[in-house]
Design a binder for this molecule. Structure first.
Ligand code: SF4
Ligand code: SF4
Length: 481
């Protein structure tokens, strides 16, 4: 037998099994404890509220903005047209949607590499709506201690009234959010008139209720559970972190040993660090963690603990920044704020930024120079090639012209590519705004204009009412003699 295995055999104690022992049921799941985040003020909280206002003014306001005769931003799935201010996008413009998704993903990578979960802490809808719902909760039920006291006590008329008021406001807010969301897909003015006549379509009803109750459930009840257990971003964010990523950090070297003391006491004489162990950083945390235990995946980087700790430091007269945004390298090397920021903008960040800039620029240039009409040339399968008067060869095509502008347009066609090639059908066509029209096109080539076989030709389509010209390639067939 292998010597190592022999040794293992010698040292493993044999525990007698108590056959009569009662089986013990051990739960693998800890019971969920409700978190009562305490309200906080400070620079990062102000930033979060700025983001709440900016994102929500845009979200709730945009569907009400008019652009000419229509809603400025409308994703009309029924007619498969996306209106974004002056831009009208069709399914053929899918490339721009891809561009926008790539830009969003790259921005997320960039912001995460710079400052960790910046998106989670300040702009994610889950954070934003939780913040709003917490504000409503504070308005109706009071701050943390009052809510905890009330929840622990018996049901009274006052408690019932406050809870009912809270849930009613939450529900109304959720439904308004659902209504606004659907307003991006169905003209919101139409929806308003449908609400007043109780004439809502089944899809609108479903999505208003679904989105409304999802907001109510996620921001009112699920809260940090969504960030901890449902959001996939929380799981892979760590791969984008490195030692120069800004994260919310507790300065353990300065803070420990922690302990309560009187305001006038000298911490060095008491052999204490700067942390007064007030636990306020835990009480304000929306995910209920203790930042003093180091970086944890539950931390959404909101900076609430940094804000409250600064207030505590101000009160006890110690320098701020016991809990702050910093990097692992900055903490190890004791860098100043300037040195830290210099390292934050490292080569990796510059590469991400350059790639992002190139893609943004390419998308914008492509959108700006986009021809406001589209043409599809299809050979008429019924008529391949035929000989007409004076021995000329004729080919017939079908052109589908799509007017991507919001005004009626005229288009002129011409042909090129073979000597003597002429267009014998109508050379001008009108197409109504945002509509498509199919037109037949006859093209003739003089006798012996080209040898028998297939030849490449060009169909030129020019807009007469707005700038834009397209050249479409197709084939011209000459029968073999
Ligand atoms: S808020 Fe600051 S002082 Fe209070 S426990 Fe947290 S780290 Fe310590
Ligand atoms: S530990 Fe601090 S930064 Fe992280 S989620 Fe809690 S309060 Fe926000």
């Amino acid at each position: 037998m292998n010597a190592e295995l022999k040794d293992v055999k010698k040292v493993i104690p044999i525990t007698p099994v108590a056959s009569e022992a009662e089986p013990e049921l051990v739960s693998l799941y800890a019971a969920h404890e409700k978190i009562y985040p305490r309200s906080v003020t400070g620079v990062f909280t102000n930033w979060r509220w700025i983001m709440v206002w900016v994102t929500q003014i845009i979200f709730y306001g945009l569907p009400w903005v008019e652009w000419g005769q229509r809603q400025a931003v409308l994703f009309d799935l029924e007619v498969r047209r996306f209106y974004i201010f002056g831009l009208v996008l069709y399914p053929q413009d899918f490339i721009y949607l891809t561009g926008m998704l790539i830009i969003s993903a790259l921005s997320l990578f960039l912001f995460t590499a710079v400052a960790g979960r910046l998106w989670c802490g300040y702009a994610c809808p889950q954070t934003v709506y939780t913040e709003i719902f917490l504000w409503i909760e504070k308005l109706t039920e009071g701050d943390r201690s009052a809510r905890m006291r009330r929840d622990g006590g018996a049901m009274t008329a006052e408690k019932f009234g406050r809870k009912t008021a809270k849930h009613l406001i939450w529900l109304l807010f959720g439904l308004w959010t659902g209504f606004t969301f659907v307003g991006y897909f169905t003209p919101i003015q139409t929806m308003v008139s449908q609400v007043s006549t109780l004439d809502f379509g089944p899809w609108e009803t479903f999505w208003v209720l679904f989105y409304g109750f999802a907001t109510y459930g996620n921001a009112g009840f699920m809260r940090e559970q969504v960030c901890k257990h449902m959001c996939p971003y929380a799981r892979f964010q760590s791969v984008m972190f490195d030692k120069d990523t800004l994260i919310v950090t507790y300065d353990a070297e300065r803070g420990e040993p922690r302990g309560a003391r009187s305001k006038k006491a000298d911490p060095t004489k008491l052999n204490l660090g700067a942390c007064v162990d007030c636990s306020l950083c835990v009480q304000v945390c929306p995910t209920g963690i203790d930042i003093r235990n180091g970086l944890q995946y539950e931390c959404i980087g909101c900076g609430a603990c940094a804000d409250v700790c600064d207030t505590v430091m101000d009160k006890v007269g110690y320098p701020r920044g016991l809990v702050k945004y910093s990097t692992e390298n900055a903490m190890t090397n004791k860098w100043t704020q300037k040195q830290t920021l210099r390292h934050v903008f490292r080569p990796r960040i510059l590469v991400y930024t350059s790639i992002l800039m190139v893609i943004v620029l390419a998308t914008l240039v492509s959108l700006a120079t986009r021809t406001p009409f589209k043409v599809d040339v299809v050979r008429d399968r019924g008529v391949m090639a035929r000989i007409v008067e004076a021995g000329k060869t004729e080919n017939v095509y079908r052109l589908q012209v799509m007017n991507a502008t919001e005004t009626d347009q005229r288009y002129r066609f011409s042909v090129a590519g073979l000597p003597g090639l002429v267009l014998t059908s109508e050379d001008t066509v009108s197409v109504r705004s945002t509509e498509a029209r199919t037109v037949p096109m006859r093209v003739q080539l003089p006798f012996e204009g080209a040898p028998g076989g297939s030849h490449e030709i060009q169909i030129v389509i020019e807009s007469l009412d707005s700038p834009g010209k397209l050249v479409e390639k197709t084939t011209f067939l000459v029968p073999k003699q």
